[in-house]
Write a protein that binds this ligand. Structure first.
Ligand SMILES: Nc1ncnc2c1ncn2[C@@H]1O[C@H](COP(=O)(O)OP(=O)(O)OP(=O)(O)O)[C@@H](O)[C@H]1O
Length: 219
């Protein structure tokens, strides 16, 4: 579903952050993206989310050449990609339910057509009791799960999660990991960017390791 061939990226006139990255992310695959702080994990996720264009190399997304994707096509393609950002990006003046429903509301869908789906998804991530609460009142782990639910509401083909266990204790990290594994079992490809060695040791999954701008893949 994603293919990178000799991709390089620099911000402005700065140094090359990613160098000669070649990778394939198959449908229904599960992988960790790891490497030291500042290695470029978030940058690589932004390339996958079509938030950045590479400065060199070729990226193919769902069979299309990234360089030929027009601005008009971007929202439609992005709907196929769910993202959980490091800082969650929840809107504080909307309830958990409203935050998760927002992508559908923006698309002009009638609430009666999605209400049950949003409630089911919130229950699935363990927020059934917290759906009418505003994000500032949620704990870090609850915010994380709300952000995951929002990323999943449009049933993306791939989920990208940036340090999803960064602010949670080990039992909750295991619970989140189980959620990602279950999601993957249901057919969604998953990419988890993480430093968390303990987390990675719990699953026998592919590891993509970034170091000094280069990527090493351990299948
Ligand atoms: N918008 C930007 N403009 C310029 N440089 C940037 C920008 N975003 C990131 N960088 C630089 O790119 C490098 C990689 O950053 P990135 O956030 O991708 O790393 P990371 O591996 O996700 O780090 P961490 O694990 O600490 O989140 C860093 O040196 C960072 O300073």
């Amino acid at each position: 579903m994603f293919r990178f061939e000799n991709v390089g990226l620099r911000y402005g006139m700065g140094p090359e952050i990613l160098r000669d990255i070649s990778l394939d992310i198959p449908e229904r695959s599960f992988q960790f993206l790891t490497g030291p702080s500042g290695a470029g994990k978030t940058t690589l996720l932004r390339l996958l989310f079509l938030g950045l264009k590479p400065t060199r190399g070729l990226i193919t997304v769902f069979g299309k050449d990234r360089a030929l994707i027009t601005r008009k096509e971007l929202p439609h393609l992005r709907r196929r990609i769910g993202v959980v950002f490091q800082d969650f990006r929840l809107l504080d003046h909307m309830t958990t339910y409203e935050n998760v429903a927002l992508p559908l509301r923006i698309r002009g869908r009638d609430e009666s057509s999605y209400r049950d789906d949003v409630i089911d998804l919130l229950k699935w991530v363990g927020l059934g009791e917290r759906m009418h609460v505003l994000p500032p009142i949620l704990s870090g782990g609850e915010k994380q799960r709300a952000a995951i639910a929002r990323a999943l509401i449009e049933q993306p083909e791939i989920l990208l999660a940036d340090e999803p266990t960064g602010n949670v204790d080990p039992p909750l990290a295991r619970r989140l990991l189980r959620l990602f594994i279950e999601l993957n079992r249901l057919g969604t490809a998953v990419v988890i960017a993480t430093h968390d060695l303990q987390l990675m040791e719990q699953v026998d999954a592919r590891r993509m390791i970034l170091s000094e701008g280069r990527l090493d893949i351990h299948d």
